[in-house]
Design a protein around this ligand. Sequence first.
Ligand SMILES: Cc1ncc(COP(=O)(O)O)c(C=O)c1O
Length: 386
Amino acid sequence: MQLRFSSVAEELWGTRNPLYALHDELRAEGKPVVDLVRGNVNEHGMVFPEEILKDILSRAVSPAAVYKPDSFGQPAAREAVAAYYAELKFTPEQVLITPGTSLSYLYCFKLLADAGGEILCPRPSYPLFDYIAKICGVELTHYRLLEARDWAIDLEHLEHQITTKTRAIILISPHNPTGMVASDDQLAGLAEIAERHHLPIIADEVFSEFLFGLEKLPRPAATKAPLVFTLNGFSKMFALPGIKLGWMTVSGESQLVKKSMSALEMISDTFLPVNEIVQFSVPEIFGSGKKFQRDYVAWVRRCYEKAMGGLADLDFARPRGGFHVTVPTFEDEEKAATDLLREYGILTHPGYYYDIQPNHLVMTFIHEPRTLTKCFRRIGLAARLA
Ligand SMILES: Cc1ncc(COP(=O)(O)O)c(C=O)c1O
């Protein structure tokens, strides 16, 4: 039957790519595949302790039983989030609770840009924004991260990419998929550009807890940028993606913060999308989750070290944070990814999925640590010999 769909629906109607066709074929034949794409820690035993979670959630049932929604999120949850950023001295009035970072992005895009407005984001980039931007009717433009400088932000290029239609700059740090962590100096430069061009920064810090060789995450919210939306949530922080609890903090010039919060209140109030039981459990997850979080962070570091052990002979920009690594190949990346999958059952992505030019492989090192060194040794060989 002929029936009209929106242009978004038509565009998002994806075609199957050959790498995944091969993946499905191997799986159907019962062949084992080491999936270095998903990065779901729960699949590898990193699960928030069930008994503790049950206790926390059951205690949250009673306050949630009588529905008294707050469009910003329950005050107890907002206080706990503000307290998490102790050094930045946020107040609960600067916090909006959301059902996850992806939705926080959507709120930001809707808050800041009209149809046709531009959002400036890093290249390479995590593909999620493409879809959110399409759904919101905004255009993505890109600034370069420089591989030769450990994927540092090319600030000159970033400023050059700003047009009269630009409405916000996205920073992902720790970055997916390069593992770049923006330094204080870089952030000061970024803040200066944002100030000069009157632009807000959307700071995605979902990998904030996972740093390698760094004591502390430099944050855009600590700079003099005029308006910063800091996005995070429990998905990565406490290995609780299914809980669907995220937030954004809004900081900078008080007038801008006030205006943003009141518009965000309207957007959030339209949906009231966050489960109330989960909201009331936020303070306790932060509190009782600390021990698990320490073990979890140590486990991620172990994965990182095992993976880097496998790549020890390779000259490339090592990640400083997050769950991902990007390695150069000397020849065709599609062939390298296909060969790794066909011959060794290792699923990685070619770099072009993330707008990386030319010839890289992208993968996560979130996997069973015992298998990682061997897998990454194989990837290292593919990277050099492909
Ligand atoms: C950089 C980045 N931002 C945001 C998200 C989505 O976060 P959430 O699960 O809170 O929606 C992800 C998920 O992998 C991510 O890698």
